[in-house]
Ligand binder design. Sequence first.
Ligand code: FAD
Length: 552
Amino acid sequence: MSDTHVVTNQVPPLEDFNPAAAPVLTEALIREGGEWGLDEVAQLGGLAGGRTAQRWGELADRHRPVLHTHDRTGHRIDEVEYDPAYHELMNVAVGHGLHAAPWADDRPGSHVVRAAKNSVWTPEPGHLCPISMTYAVVPALRHNPELAAIYEPLLTSRVYDPELAVPTTKPGITAGMSMTEKQGGSDVRAGTTEATPNGDGTWSLRGHKWFTSAPMCDVFLVLAQASGGERSDGGKSGGLSCFFLPRILPDGTRNRMFLQRLKDKLGNHANASSEVEYDGATGWLVGQEGRGVRTIIEMVNLTRLDCTLGSATSMRTGVMRAAHHAQHRKAFGAYLIDQPLMRNVLADLAVEAEAATMLAMRMAGATDRAVRGDERETLLRRIGLAAAKYWVCKRATPHAAEAMECLGGNGYVEDSGMPRLYREAPLMGIWEGSGNVSALDTLRAMATRPECVDVLFDELAVTDGHDPRLDAHVRSLRPQLEDLATIQYRARQVAEDIALALQGSLLVRHGHPAVAEAFLASRLGGQWGGAFGTLPTGLDLAPVIERALVKA
Ligand SMILES: Cc1cc2nc3c(=O)[nH]c(=O)nc-3n(C[C@H](O)[C@H](O)[C@H](O)COP(=O)(O)OP(=O)(O)OC[C@H]3O[C@@H](n4cnc5c(N)ncnc54)[C@H](O)[C@@H]3O)c2cc1C
């Protein structure tokens, strides 16, 4: 009914924007060695902000995947049916190399370009779970060179084929991972799934996994306790080990992995997350027996990078949508974007998003250099990524809530896209190492690779003398790391302070001066209230907000 009133003061839909036009992202892409990918990233960003991809995102989220355990005649099939829009999203993601493609690309910066592409492919985050796992599986799989020789070309292929078939008959495949069991997710060593050798080089797995996302992937890395067999070198077998399981075996039969049900989740709706029973499933050992955690951790490190990138992306998306709304919505006679308190909120959200993006992309750059053998960057990534995963992911949820609130009641309504952003945000903090686990991993980095502390301070020393607030923050870090008696209790504070130091240092060196000053004055200057929108007075907020505005 439109006769009762005239519709005014509603905000135009956010269409035909380009997430790749965010200055903080392109600056980081260039700085971290991915300048050659600028055009590709911009092209994908244009697609992401277009109406078609936005619609795919809505449909894939709204029409949740459905599990079919049996066919109509009662045979087990264990297949998940997705909305066609999910496959469209996957097709673009694989086609643009957001998955394992950088492993087949020797160009320095290929992992940075991939990180930027992941950061602009924003229509829907759930499908990025299998994309991320397919990226992350490659270094772990290389622990079995024979398997890697067969499957790596298929994992890096840019063809998406959703059909279940013998992996080697497909033009391209995707990969997942199964670690978490009912009795333990962070503590994977508590896993009880057993693997028994078959005597022909394969193993039989029996047990369960409590979470296995994207179960329609073609291949999985699975942790299980190796038992019952004699090793060829005469040694005792046993211990948590990593296994490679295809869904369809080389002879064309279905592997004995049975999907029990799909999780009814808070968000991440497009991504099916299943409970699986392994009842004599066939697997191949990857890496050494008893070294399963060490093998699969290489996969986890990369998915942690994607969680950090994903949280930064969520923040940029949130503040962009909030700023768009504030630009077009009036209250009390003026546009929201012109009202001082809203400017404080928007600028504060923008500062957080920029700091998160710079740190996440720095870690992508460190990853790129680490995989090419750079030991210093390997060490920096070891400590920096643990701290970044903790802090950036921890900030994403309050950020999404505040960005949603900028849209008022409209923000709480699905059409705005903000509920989806909000529901997704805590997930980045939970999986691949929940907050405490990531914070404790920061300590573990220091304990197992003490050299990474020197590398960290070396990195921070570059900005020594540039700003007294940053200097004071960095000076206060050392004693925090040295008091070992209480360090576990303080692990969150330690991880936060390391992340803030890295963010401050990046901003001082490379950030827009107004963004850097707002960050230093609030996060390191002690003049910050804790809620977004409590920046101190006297800051130049215009360029900070300008950088967050929607761009085509
Ligand atoms: C949507 C979704 C999809 C998932 N997909 C997969 C998948 O594909 N494959 C897979 O293997 N797993 C998957 N997971 C599981 C996820 O990785 C685990 O839930 C996560 O690692 C935490 O494990 P948990 O649930 O057993 O919690 P717990 O390990 O029981 O942890 C509970 C809490 O205790 C904290 N904690 C743990 N240890 C300590 C400690 N020493 N000191 C202080 N605090 C501690 C944790 O930080 C957490 O806050 C998925 C989870 C979700 C939500």
